[in-house]
Design a protein around this ligand. Structure first.
Ligand code: MGD
Ligand code: MGD
Ligand code: MO
Length: 821
């Protein structure tokens, strides 16, 4: 397939470039949001819908994972949240007639924007082997097909189950149970490409893979460092928290290769100052860092703090560090300080591209701050050395005891609205033993223990012919993952691909030999099931769980919720146990018994008593049935409160779940570092770590490319062709390059080039026809939009430890297009 979809009607390189905006949000943003919504759903539905966003009793915004404040505005949404809602609440429909009209080959020729614009999926569809068109299929038949394919596997590890982070807690919990009931931990998710590096670094050093701050901490911080994040576009509501912090006297340091609008100045549409005046200057300091220079920045800060601490004279000598905290709560201090002392300043300057004077000035802000929070997103997580970078972020915070006290801590700002909740529910390829044994106990079965595939490993498994069924709970695997051509070829080897989706996307048109689309309800849709209106729950970026209830009439009567889809598959695979879900399932078989037997390979127990009924899925060695989870699946589908009771029984912190989310209340999950400075690490303390300095090397004549989001997209869903704040209009195939680099490389602004990525495997990866735009970015660094540039990201170029694709760190050369090509 061509890397550039041949969309005859649009020439993507014909962009209009205007000056970059220095202020984010404000009234134009609100008007823009209303216009997009109006186009998708008309005025009445727009107003009715948007007034429900993030209200108690309404639905959680499907946009990002930024938390709501307890006191809500009438309009608690942002421009991009409104676009995310409009995208889902649209009145456009993709019906069986649509699929009869358009062949797969034809659909494949359209770009992601066009596919997304067609509207909501309304009916289950199947693509038979060799067929040119999808055909409609009844729900029962579709689910029978999926169950039969799973049952037909020789080994459950031949199936891969992807999750994108919009799935509710209830659906995610059942989904992981389905997968483990089948006998595998192959649960890759979007997190593997997103905040996995944060999870890896924080779990190791602080004992919890999540942030340690609340929204109040944000308001009360003395210093906020926002690194590798573009909140004006991707987390606009975060800007009001930054504004409030500012009003309370905080200073803000923005660390970014690009001068992103929202970081510099913000106009709050909900205050008179924002509407009428020029808005508020947010960042006190903008550090224009080189791509991948953040580890060096945090080492520089640590180095400066230690130097002042150890100075023999001066008022602050000996008074910089929180010695009590370090002594009581940490390990590894001596190793860290020794390592940092050995790093020369000139290396830190070379890596950051920032003068020592500036590095020290930023460090002085840290030194004099009474409470510091570091916020970050993809700019810090999608590099080869991201885990080391984040360990060094933690080191700096530990030096001054900035964990577990008001106004201080780590704040990885999550992407998808429930990506954090999905992890809490067990969507994880490397589940902990404590989680699995609780699951075993609750459902009287034995979950597999062997770790499963993450996203990159799942692609390798498909590529190598080791996977036969691929199922996705949401998302757009084909477009979101790295090395597009490799992924497309890999997915095509699979016997059956199953997509549970709301909207049409590339993953429906690049498929396995057979493909099934299961349309599902989104966050905004009313979910009537079992005679009642069901609610689901989600967890935000700050470990707060609350209920969400859709209010809109679903796109068609022929739709099931994600919960219903998974529950029905469980029923087909495991059979229903109609005794009450909450009585002990097997008499005389206690949790201890279940845990006692040694699981055989992959957790398939051959010594387990055959209970109740037999497993539909058989182990490959299997003359004997495996154990399967026991529940009354139909009852769970009809009443989600029963699922929440299971969640409460399995996952710590959800006791009394149902009551605690009544009336719009929020349940805060336990957070050891934040609650009482307890750290569930290997040493039982917060851990300083010594990390050798790393930063990207850019060969002569090459550029280091970061792949990022425009203002008009939600990941692979393209809302439009503008990137307003960056001054790009009417097209997405642009590469932002420093003016001096453009000339030094022998090009002119507006030249059309191919981007060719260079990686040690020598394979040529090419993204065709990009327009060069001069932009403020450090020398040697460039930026272009994802997903168009995913063809350039090598599958094996991943972060150490976390395995996250290095989407912010791709070596490319620019090649002039042959004349007339
Ligand atoms: N409207 C909208 N909202 C979204 C999304 C969306 O697509 N659209 N996506 C959601 C998801 S899943 C996620 S994960 C988040 C993503 O939120 P972000 O992480 O803000 O998204 P990106 O566009 O990838 O932006 C990366 C930012 O980091 C900077 N950066 C890149 N490399 C480096 C580096 O080496 N160092 C530093 N210091 N900075 C660097 C870039 O210049 C850019 O400002 O947003 C979520 N919210
Ligand atoms: N080069 C590069 N690649 C990247 C990134 C990058 O910065 N650069 N970012 C990475 C990141 S941070 C992430 S999170 C991933 C995102 O990867 P994904 O989560 O896989 O991608 P999305 O584009 O968010 O998925 C959109 C699709 O989800 C479906 N959908 C939407 N809402 C629902 C719902 O409620 N239920 C169900 N079942 N389906 C729904 C719709 O069909 C829609 O088309 O991409 C990663 N890939
Ligand atoms: Mo993400």
């Amino acid at each position: 397939m061509a890397t550039k979809p041949p969309n005859a009607d649009i020439d993507e390189t014909q962009v209009r470039v205007t000056s970059r905006k220095k202020v984010a949000v404000g009234v134009p943003a609100v008007l823009h949001a209303l216009q997009v919504s109006n186009d998708q759903m008309g005025l009445t539905r727009t107003i009715r819908t948007l007034l429900q966003v993030n209200q108690k009793g309404g639905f959680d915004c499907p946009g990002c994972a930024w938390p709501e404040e307890d006191k809500r505005h009438i309009a608690e949404f942002c421009e991009n949240g409104a676009k995310a809602v409009a995208e889902e609440a649209t009145i456009r429909r993709v019906t069986p007639e649509f699929f009869a009209e358009h062949s797969i080959a034809e659909l494949r020729a359209h770009d992601d924007w066009w596919l997304g614009q067609q509207g909501r999926l309304t009916h289950p569809m199947i693509l038979d082997e060799g067929a040119t068109h999808y055909r409609p299929i009844a729900w029962d038949d579709a689910l029978d097909e999926v169950a039969a394919a799973l049952r037909g596997l020789d080994d459950p590890n031949e199936a891969v189950f992807y999750t994108s982070g919009r799935t509710s807690n209830e659906a995610a919990f059942l989904y992981q149970l389905l997968v483990r009931g089948l006998g595998t931990n192959n649960l890759p998710d979007c997190s593997n490409m997103c905040h996995e590096s944060s999870g890896s670094a924080l779990t190791e050093t602080l004992g919890i893979g999540k942030g340690t701050v609340t929204i109040e901490d944000m308001h009360n911080a003395d210093l906020l460092i926002v690194a590798g994040q573009n909140p004006g576009t991707n987390h606009p509501r975060m800007l009001s928290a930054l504004e409030k912090a500012k009003d309370n006297g905080a200073s803000i340091v923005a660390v970014n290769p690009l001068p992103e609008a929202g970081l510099i100045r913000y106009r709050n549409p909900q205050t008179p100052r924002g509407v009428i005046l020029g808005g508020k200057k947010l960042a006190d300091e903008f550090v224009q860092i080189r791509l991948g220079g953040d580890q060096a920045l945090f080492q520089a800060i640590g180095k400066h703090l230690l130097e002042v601490e150890h100075a023999t004279s001066g008022p602050d000598a000996g008074a910089v560090l929180d010695h009590d905290f370090i002594a009581a709560h940490t390990t590894g201090f001596a190793e860290y300080t020794a390592a940092i002392a050995a790093v020369p300043w000139r290396d830190l300057v070379a890596a950051t591209g920032v003068p020592e004077k500036t590095l020290r000035r930023v460090a002085e802000r840290v030194r004099t701050s009474k409470a510091t929070i570091v916020c970050w997103a993809m700019g810090l997580t999608q590099h080869k050395h991201s885990v080391a970078t984040l360990r060094d972020v933690v080191n700096v915070l530990l030096l001054q005891g900035n964990i577990g006290r008001p106004g201080a801590g780590v704040c990885p700002v999550r992407g998808h609205s429930n990506v954090q909740g999905d992890r809490t529910m067990g969507i994880y390829e490397k589940p902990s033993e404590s989680f699995l044994s609780a699951l075993d106990r609750e459902f009287a079965f034995t979950a597999p223990r062997a770790h499963g595939h993450d996203t990159v490993e799942a692609i390798r498994a498909m590529r190598d012919g080791e996977a036969r069924v691929f199922m996705a709970m949401g998302g757009n695997f084909i477009s979101a993952t790295p090395d597009t051509k490799v992924v497309e070829a890999a997915v095509r080897t699979v016997d059956l691909t199953v997509q549970v989706s709301t909207k049409l996307n590339r993953s429906h048109v690049v498929t396995g030999k057979r493909a099934i689309i299961l349309p599902t309800l989104g966050r905004t849709d009313r979910d009537l099931r079992g005679g009642g209106e069901q609610r689901v729950t989600v967890e935000d970026s700050m470990s707060a769980v609350h209920a969400s209830r859709g209010r809109l009439v679903p796109p068609s009567e022929d739709m099931l919720s994600e919960v219903a889809i998974v529950a029905r598959l469980c029923g087909r695979l495991f059979g229903s146990d109609t005794r009450s879900t909450f009585e002990p399932q097997i008499e005389g078989r206690s949790a201890v018994d279940v845990d006692a037997g040694q699981p055989e390979h992959d957790g398939i127990r051959s010594d387990a008593p055959a209970v109740g009924h037999t497993s539909a899925a058989r182990s490959e060695r299997g003359t004997r049935p495996r154990t399967v989870p026991h529940a009354d699946w139909a009852a769970l589908e009809a009443d989600y409160t029963l699922i929440r009771r299971h969640i409460a029984a399995v996952i710590p912190g959800f006791d009394d779940f149902e009551r605690r989310i009544q009336k719009g209340r929020t349940l805060f999950l336990p957070n050891g570092p934040r609650d009482d400075r307890s750290f569930a690490t290997s040493t039982g303390k917060a851990m300083f770590t010594a990390n050798p300095l790393e930063y990207p090397f850019i060969p002569r004549g090459r550029l280091l490319l970061q792949t990022l989001r425009s203002h008009d997209q939600y990941n692979t869903t393209i809302y439009g062709k503008d990137d307003r704040y960056r001054g790009i209009h009417g097209g997405r195939r642009v590469i932002l390059v420093n003016r001096k680099d453009i000339h030094q490389l022998g090009f002119q602004e507006d030249d059309i080039v191919d981007l060719v990525s260079e990686w040690r495997d020598g394979i040529e990866r090419r993204a065709e026809e990009f327009r060069i735009v001069a932009y403020s970015t450090p020398r040697g660094n460039a930026a272009a939009y994802y997903p168009e540039t995913n063809v350039l990201v090598p599958l094996d170029s991943t972060a150490d430890v976390s395995g996250t694709p290095t989407s912010k760190s791709v070596i490319v050369r620019l090649e002039r297009r042959p004349v007339g090509a």
